[in-house]
Design a protein around this ligand. Structure first.
Ligand SMILES: *Cc1c(COP(=O)(O)O)cnc(C)c1O
Length: 471
């Protein structure tokens, strides 16, 4: 039995015996471990009885507080956590928060796009920004979040930080290289503490600018810089909840296989943790677009980098999935040195092989497959023809992989990670029709934009950060 106070977080690059570890609040604010590793919980808590399948009804927010409580430990009072989580999910436009919709008898869609920015990033970020605010209040401190975005993360983070007392946020995006909707979601927010910056450069330039700011220790300390990127453990913890939610709702005797449109491996990793907590999860299917490093890993046991190809599902256009390090640490049985060595070799050579035993273990727990853009459009068109339902290209990659890989009698939940109206061109191309926009998404078209344009120069970006920071 795991008691609330028992959980500690250790780095994926540390070695046993690990008597010491950090608590949730430190891990929340730090993001990355000082040795460059990612934090993982030790031990992994078991699902509490009242959150299990077949136990009584709970609202999504009640379930979320119960699942997150052992991970948060003593860092937040349980009553405060309940309130904070309820507030976070009150921003969603569906009473179920993450509703299930049937595709056929044994295949369901779990809609994760009912938050303020209509992509699944809201589910974690709405909670994480409030946890930040709560902890900074306790420490009587502030933070300035800086981030680079090519799409969904920027607006979800800005929306979550808007009007939080102790936080400011500056999000850099490459000028002219995000979709119109994505840009407007960032530039039309009316809050004094959120700032969109269009950088004259690429997404990589934006990321380099953020890295350069974090690398400047005096600047970092003076500005109280912080990050909310997908390696932050708190984001993974918040994402475990909807796996439990869906399984409870289906209340089926069979284990549930989840199919997850995957980029940085944060979403599917949460499913893996739900399984480790004792949830009856069947297979976890990793769905990729043509940027298929994870599918190839499952097929060959080798991690091999390719160049990134732009696709219709841009949030899955990645070269290496940052959260994979947490799974590798497990495959190395908690040997942080071996984990770091493997990743070092990958960085140096662009490819590295797992052992036969590690490869077997991955194949036992995960399946993977890929869809290219024409196949993705084909799935979108077919789902619309069969059920008059619009799905976005990320969701379609998952649905296509699930349909191809499911076994007879297998119960499958495909995660729907973005609202189709966020990708109207792809939907129109696939179906000949425009999906209807939710009013809150349609409204961004008419609002005035507020955005600072800057050259790709770190001194100018730093000046801006310093000038907008409050208090
Ligand atoms: C971020 C994102 C993904 C990928 O999720 P990961 O946690 O990075 O694997 C998939 N679809 C959409 C719409 C996203 O925004």
């Amino acid at each position: 039995m795991t008691r609330v106070s028992d959980i500690r977080y250790v780095s994926t690059r540390s070695m046993p015996p690990r008597s010491e570890g950090l608590t949730f609040d430190d891990v929340l604010l730090a993001g990355l471990a000082p040795d460059g590793g990612l934090f993982v919980p030790e031990p992994v808590p078991e699902l509490a009885e009242h959150t299990g399948v077949g136990a009584g009804e709970l609202t999504y927010a009640e379930l979320a507080a119960a699942i997150m409580a052992p991970y948060v430990g003593g860092a937040v009072d349980y009553d405060d956590l309940v309130e904070l989580v309820a507030e976070a999910y009150a921003t969603f436009d569906h009473p179920d928060v993450c509703p299930l919709v049937a595709l056929d008898d044994d295949h369901w869609l779990l809609e994760l796009f009912h938050g303020p920015t209509f992509a699944f990033k809201d589910i974690a970020l709405q909670v994480v920004a409030r946890l930040f605010d709560h902890e900074l209040e306790r420490r009587d401190d502030r933070a300035m979040i800086v981030a680079a975005t090519s799409g969904d993360t920027g607006s979800a983070a800005m929306e979550a930080v808007a009007d939080r007392d102790r936080l400011d946020i500056v999000v850099l995006h490459p000028a002219g290289r995000t979709s119109e909707i994505q840009r407007r979601q960032m530039t039309t927010l009316e809050a004094p503490n959120v700032h969109a910056v269009a950088v004259d450069g690429t997404f990589d330039d934006c990321q380099d600018l953020v890295k350069a700011m974090f690398a400047d220790e005096p600047f970092r300390a003076e500005m109280r810089l912080a990050a909310v990127n997908s390696i932050n453990w708190a984001r993974v913890a918040a994402q475990i909840v909807y796996y439990v939610w869906a399984t409870r709702r289906l209340a089926d005797d069979r284990p549930v296989t989840f199919c997850v449109p995957t980029g940085n491996f944060g979403n599917v990793l949460a499913g893996h943790y739900a399984r480790r907590m004792g949830l009856p999860v069947g297979r976890l299917m990793i769905a990729s677009n043509t940027n298929d490093i994870l599918t190839r890993l499952i097929e060959t046991g080798e991690l091999a980098a390719h160049d990134v190809t732009p696709t219709l599902s841009p949030s899955m256009d990645i070269q290496i999935s940052s959260n994979l390090e947490r799974l590798l640490f497990e495959l190395f049985e908690g040997d942080g040195k071996a984990t770091a060595a493997l990743l070092g070799q990958f960085r140096a050579d662009g490819r590295v092989a797992l052992s036969a035993q590690q490869h077997r273990r991955i194949r036992a727990e995960f399946a993977g497959d890929r869809l290219d853009d024409p196949e993705t459009l084909d799935v979108m068109g077919r789902i619309h023809a069969e059920s008059q339902m619009f799905i976005d290209p990320h969701t379609a990659v998952g649905v296509g992989v699930a349909q191809r890989r499911r076994r007879p009698g297998e119960l499958v939940v495909s995660l729907a990670t973005a609202h189709p109206a966020k990708f109207p061109e792809a939907v129109a191309h696939a179906t000949g029709l425009e999906p209807e926009s939710p009013p809150a998404l349609a409204a961004v078209a008419g609002r005035p934009e507020r955005c600072t344009s800057l050259p790709n120069r770190v001194d100018e970006v730093k000046d801006l950060v310093a000038s907008v920071r409050r208090g």
